[in-house]
Design a binder for this molecule. Sequence first.
Ligand code: HEC
Length: 145
Amino acid sequence: MPKGEFRTNWPMLGSWTILDEGEATGQHVVYTQRGVIEHYLDHGSFPDGAVLIKELLESKTDEYTTGTAAYATEVTGWFVMVKDEHDRFDGNGLWGSGWGWAYFDVADRETTTTEDYNIECKTCHVPARETDWVYTEAYPVLNTN
Ligand code: HEC
């Protein structure tokens, strides 16, 4: 897992606020490399080698002059997808459906805890199958021209 350079060097695609009975309990912030957005807008697809990092953070809610606002605090982990157009790693449990898939906990950024993307990732991404397994509706920068 890169040390965090993505935070300063990569554009943010978008973010999600996770709610539990109306309370914000988590924030997910999604980044990709420079050039991926341009490629997507030109071709309608993610280029080979595109990396999507979804950073998971805790959330805090406070009163501000704008009203009640929830914001991201401590990082807890990262979900990572790497575009692979050529099925280079056939038979490897972390690769398939055109992507490499892995989760890294903040306690160990070197080693993924993911063993089988089919069970641990893919089933949950089925609703996004038509958009190459990515929940593109939440990334406005991909949906404008
Ligand atoms: C419980 C269901 C669930 C599981 C399990 C899951 N995902 Fe996701 N993933 C989602 C949803 C829903 C989103 C978008 C909304 C959100 O973040 O809450 C998402 C978003 C992402 C994103 C941001 C890009 C996108 O697709 O919008 C990445 C990267 C990602 N997931 C990777 C993974 C990887 C890698 C795994 C397995 C290690 C995995 N996910 C497992 C449901 C899941």
